[in-house]
Design a binder for this molecule. Structure first.
Ligand SMILES: [Zn+2]
Length: 91
């Protein structure tokens, strides 16, 4: 970790948005920096934070969050954010 504290959920969402936006399914949506940032913040504002201060804590939270059910839940929120931002882009 290069920061003293991080939100594990933020790390997951940032990575996930990159993956989804580079996939075939979302090619029609704008993936500029502005829209990506809006998708990330809109998603995160609808999700719980999981702040940690240690690498051990980070791995533990990541493992706890990495269940089939949680992945579906996170995926749903991000896809929802992609559609909202796509409908109302700020440019
Ligand atoms: Zn854009």
């Amino acid at each position: 970790m290069d920061r003293e504290y991080i939100n594990v959920m933020e790390e997951i969402v940032v990575t996930w948005v990159q993956v989804l936006m580079s996939g075939m399914e979302y090619q029609t949506f704008c993936s500029c920096r502005k829209c990506k940032n809006d998708i990330i913040t809109l998603s995160l504002n609808n999700m719980p934070n999981y702040y940690v201060t240690t690498e051990e804590g980070r791995m533990r939270i990541f493992e706890n969050l990495n269940t089939e059910e949680n992945r579906k839940w996170i995926n749903k929120r991000i896809i929802n954010a992609i559609h909202v931002v796509g409908q109302y882009p700020k440019h």
